[in-house]
Design a protein around this ligand. Structure first.
Ligand code: MLT
Length: 204
């Protein structure tokens, strides 16, 4: 029997071989980022899972102990679970595994960063909106073929600018081609982020 993905999710068929893996923020769901995915690349297929961890009823992709303080054991477990879901979904939906681009916002961006650090083989590129350093991997991954866009908020009360820069540095030192942009905003996503990410993706 073929393995079945075990995340509640949406899949939207695309017109190109690219798939965007959409990862929502805390309290979101699998439908939240579909319009964003369509705006970033109207031809791409969209794979959008719902985080399995509930925090006061709000879906997330991994447990946290406090704001910005992560349960690292759970984060590693959930990262592997999500990577396995991507692999089984690629089989199920006949997705080209070499063209999967993560698009994450906030908690979704943090698990996308964790995927890059622990299970980089499942992604070819990533767009990380309002991400922070999720963990420090024991072994440095090889990210030499990965392109990454980080959209940070200049006055984000949740992610200090220094943390966004630290994440960019961590990914760069693993060999990734990283573009980091700061927008005049807090933790919320702006049209500036979306326009810059769309242009970046178009050229990637
Ligand atoms: C997280 O928990 O991943 C970050 O604090 C972002 C958030 O979800 O608020």
């Amino acid at each position: 029997m073929r393995p079945q993905p075990d995340f509640v999710h949406e899949f939207v068929i695309g017109k190109s071989d690219r798939t965007l893996l959409l990862l929502h923020g805390t309290g979101g769901n699998e439908r939240d980022l579909i319009p964003l995915g369509q705006e970033l690349d109207p031809n791409a297929a969209l794979l959008s899972p719902r985080g399995k961890v509930l925090e006061h009823g709000m879906p997330r992709f991994f447990r946290r102990l406090a704001e910005g303080v992560f349960d690292l054991e759970d984060l590693q477990k959930r990262t592997n679970e999500l990577a396995d879901f991507v692999i089984s979904s690629a089989k199920r939906y006949e997705i080209d595994k070499r063209q999967i681009v993560a698009v994450g916002y906030s908690n979704g961006a943090n698990i996308a960063a964790s995927l890059l650090l622990l299970r980089a083989e499942v992604l070819s590129a990533a767009i990380l909106f309002r991400a922070m350093v999720p963990l420090t991997p024991e072994k440095q991954p090889n990210l030499s073929s990965k392109s990454i866009f980080i959209g940070a908020g200049a006055v984000d009360p949740i992610v200090p600018s220094s943390n966004s820069k630290e994440l960019a540095q961590m990914l760069r030192s693993a060999g990734a081609d990283v573009t980091i942009r700061f927008f005049q905003s807090g933790h919320e996503l702006t049209s500036g982020d979306v326009n810059a990410a769309r242009e970046w993706l178009h050229n990637t």
